[in-house]
Design a protein around this ligand. Sequence first.
Ligand code: AMP
Length: 279
Amino acid sequence: MEVFNSFHEFPQRFLDKSYSLGMVPTMGALHDGHLSLVEKAISENDKVLITIFINPTQFDDDKDLMNYPRELQKDLEKISHFGENIWAYTPNASEIYGEHLESKHYDLNSLETVMEGKSRAGHFQGVATVVEYFLKTFSPTRAYFGEKDYQQLQIITHLNELLGLSTEIVGCPIVRTSDGLAMSSRNALLTVEERKIAPQIYQGLQLAKKLAKDYIYKSILDEVHAFFHKHSELKLEYFTAADPSTLVEFEPDEKITRGRGFIAVRLGKIRLIDNINMS
Ligand code: AMP
């Protein structure tokens, strides 16, 4: 493994490429979900570049940014086990943004106006800004993103087309702990009690999936809201079933088995998201 914090240390390496490069962008505090992306990237490419960068412009809440877990030494230790074909890029914000810490603006169309886009103003413009920088700077053969952030995956696929880039965007399945909770760097911020309750988020999604076989969307919405009303420590921000490509929400009287169910929940001070294939 080799760690570097500026593209300018090795410009030639990324300009004349005689090898395939897999890129895995992360914000660090690495867990097995991230590592599953790294493993897939290693199996499909000659070299793998993991970026570890907490991107300030994608946070709409300063406290959330301040409290985001930072574990660089532990992260590098975890990656080092993957051997010598791994590069870890750990830039400062100024390398990416220069003096102006601002997002660019992209036409992300209706993908941006729903769910996480609605709840977190400017979030996806910030994500798109840093991902454009990574894609253009390193021109990876493939870039790996988790379905854990399914809306983000759709937006990056759209961005890649919008910018006419040749990188293949690869989506990877959600990795869960044995109790069903989707792995997330934010799980480390839960109290012991909250951590015990958190798997109910996935139980709510599984309930929706089970009901989707027989019932229309409106009934499922009612049941999911009733489920979270009973589990009152979990504050449901939204449950939405939508088309998996366009993210357009279903009509209340439609069956939703060909869609994907998305959820955002607040548990204490922490906001968690998850999603499930409804078919
Ligand atoms: P983050 O560090 O949270 O920005 O995540 C970096 C990448 O890892 C994103 O593409 C995420 O979707 C992906 N990821 C995070 N958690 C998981 C998980 N539990 N399973 C699969 N991929 C994940």
